[in-house]
Design a protein around this ligand. Structure first.
Ligand SMILES: [Cu+2]
Length: 118
């Protein structure tokens, strides 16, 4: 009985080691694999962070409201417009064209930011 359980434990250990070796060797798991670019803007304390974000063309920018007050993300040139974001809600937009995109919060128009797409 004791010998049998020792055997099962060593079998489990071998399976774990083999799994680790396989995942380390697999090229698909490398973090350097080509992925769609993404960037984050944090909305907190009535401001956008960073206020100016520079990204390559094709980047998906996600705004997350970390404030305890609702905010919106509205493009000055009407390129994008979020719904009202409550705390921890997110809004994403993919920038397919180069340019400078100014935006503001329609609830608090003094909150402004920009995304520079290169
Ligand atoms: Cu706001």
């Amino acid at each position: 009985m004791i010998r049998k359980s020792v055997c099962i434990v060593s079998l489990f250990a071998m399976v774990i080691v083999a799994t680790l070796l396989l995942s380390a060797a697999s090229p698909g798991s490398a973090a350097t694999a080509a992925q769609p670019a993404s960037a984050e803007v944090k909305v907190d304390n009535f401001s956008f962070g960073p206020a100016t974000l520079t990204v390559p063309v094709g980047t998906t920018v996600t705004w997350t409201n970390r404030d305890d007050i609702p905010h919106t993300i509205v493009s000055t040139d009407k390129v994008f417009k979020s719904k009202v974001l409550d705390t921890d809600e997110k809004f994403s937009f993919t920038f397919a064209k180069a340019g400078t995109y100014q935006y503001f919060c329609s609830i608090h128009p003094k909150m402004t930011g920009s995304v520079v797409v290169q």
